[in-house]
Ligand binder design. Structure first.
Ligand code: NAD
Length: 463
């Protein structure tokens, strides 16, 4: 199945209709936003089977993985937003300064207008809709461009959204690079992009031409550090979970491992055991282990197998586009598997003795989207967090920081700009208008050019 590009005309008409709908003010009342969010939850629940089937076809995802990472996470986000939206959407009073005696001030969130949401293929359902939930909660309209690389999910999104919602409020426009380029030339009010660093730069450049605010949720190499005080069997299990979920095609998957020399052998043995526990001795035959999205990515990953000594796995099946969970000791750190974002089930292992080596290695490279530290030493935790900048991460776990709506999710530096989830989804898609309401009961004349004692009073107040 392939996804056709759409014409510039269709894109322009869709945007025009969204702008007109936004202008009517329909999306402003909180009651309306809640109704739409409730409908969102219902549509997702009613089509659970279709979603599971599309993800199975596009990525070989198991039912449980699809439920946890594509369906459940969205339902939880909607539930959380519905619970808090009244509070978030209220105008909030703020103090006024002593120069403003008699006045009141407040901040009021307002929607930007029409949001463009561009999604990647690795969690193609969830990553297309999670930002939409934020955009709708904040009172915007949304046009969604799903990834063309997961066509069954793209088609499903188009069918669900374009038939269950007003298309001038929420609409899916399917297509590939050409369609995205048409979209990026239009005067949207907000652009929310999830994808790779190079395309993130294309998006930001296009947005800059029209001064459109952007959120960029990007990728990169996320390190995993295990020190000699860590609970090694538990670390191996939680790290394996982070690496093999979606066959490693997760933006926040642990990309490579730094392991303390003293516990390296034990970790490798435990990691091997865990993979057998998860998928048996033949992971390629396992129904619950996903496949690589397409042949281009499969070949890219297969090439990385030349980059060092394989300690575990390494077998591939071209017909099913599957690759075993693989531990690899890279020849050196200049080989491609240590340069590119891996985005697959290969896990390079680097050994260290002194934590400073790890800090130097990570800080000499672009700031990671995620970092995972396994330790029972709080001083090590503090040292890592004080010396390395990264988007977000976990101590003694992997991936789970993305699941809680209480933590904002996003990158820093090359791994992204801005964040979302929970309240951050609401604030990302809101402009906070600042309003000062001045008293008319009196007028402080000192600020005027002819005011008496103006200079003296201003000097007293502003120092
Ligand atoms: P991608 O950048 O290739 O594609 C993302 C979207 O951009 C797709 O909809 C695609 O159609 C469009 N696109 C591709 N090339 C384009 C171009 N030249 N001009 C305009 N639009 C273009 O990303 P991907 O391969 O779909 O996803 C994988 C990447 O996304 C990884 O780097 C991963 O780390 C990152 N990612 C990040 C997050 C996050 O939340 N930070 C989540 C998932 C994936």
């Amino acid at each position: 199945m392939t996804i056709e590009e759409v014409s510039l005309d269709i894109v322009q008409t869709a945007l025009q209709q969204h702008k007109e709908f936004f202008k009517t003010g329909t999306t402003r009342p909180i009651k309306y936003r809640k109704q739409i969010l409730e409908r969102f939850a219902k549509v997702i629940k009613d089509h659970e089977k279709d979603i599971i089937e599309a993800l199975k076809t596009d990525l070989g995802k198991s039912e449980m993985e699809t439920y946890a990472t594509e369906i459940g996470i969205l339902l939880e986000e909607i539930r959380f937003i519905l619970k808090h939206i009244d509070d978030w959407a209220e105008a909030k009073k703020v103090k006024t300064a002593k120069t403003h005696i008699g006045s009141k001030a407040y901040k009021v969130p307002e929607p930007y207008g029409v949001a463009l949401i561009i999604a990647p293929w690795n969690y193609p359902f969830q990553l297309a809709l999670s930002p939409v939930i934020g955009a709708i909660a904040a009172g915007n309209t949304a046009i969604i461009k799903p990834s063309e690389l997961t066509p069954h999910t793209s088609k499903l999104l188009e069918r669900l959204i374009n038939t269950q919602f007003e298309t001038n409020h929420i609409m899916v426009i399917e297509g590939g690079v050409e369609t995205t380029q048409h979209l990026l030339r239009q005067p949207f009010d907000y652009i929310f992009f999830t994808g790779s660093v190079p395309v993130g730069k294309v998006v930001m450049e296009a947005a800059a031409k029209q001064l459109i605010p952007v959120t960029l949720e990007l990728g990169g190499k996320s390190p995993c550090i295990v020190d000699d005080t860590a609970d090694i069997p538990l670390a191996a299990k939680r790290i394996a979970f982070g690496k093999v979920t979606n066959a490693g095609q997760t933006c926040i998957a642990p990309d490579y491992l730094f392991i303390h020399k003293k516990v390296k052998q034990q970790f490798i043995q435990e990691f091997k055991k865990v993979i057998v526990e998860f998928y048996g001795t033949e992971p390629l035959q396992s129904d619950t282990f996903g496949r690589i999205v397409n042949e281009r990515h499969f070949n890219r990953l297969t090439n990385y197998l030349q980059d060092g000594e394989i300690l575990l796995g390494g077998k591939v099946d071209h017909a099913s586009l599957k690759m075993e969970p693989t531990l690899l000791v890279p020849r050196d750190v200049t080989v491609p598997v240590m340069q590119d974002e891996i985005f697959g089930p290969i896990f390079p292992v680097l050994e260290y003795e002194n934590l400073q080596e790890v800090i130097d290695f990570v800080t000499e490279r672009p700031k990671p989207l995620a970092l995972y530290l396994f330790t029972s030493d709080e001083k090590v935790e503090e040292r890592i967090n004080h010396s390395i900048s990264y988007g977000g991460g976990c101590v003694n776990d992997t991936l789970m920081h993305i699941v809680t709506p209480y933590l904002p999710f996003g990158g820093v530096g090359e791994s992204g700009i801005g964040n979302y989830h929970g309240e951050s989804s609401f604030s990302t898609f809101s402009h906070y208008k600042s309003v000062l309401k001045q008293t008319t009961k009196f007028d402080m004349s000192f600020r005027y050019p002819n005011g008496r004692f103006g200079m003296q009073i201003i000097k007293k107040l502003l120092k």
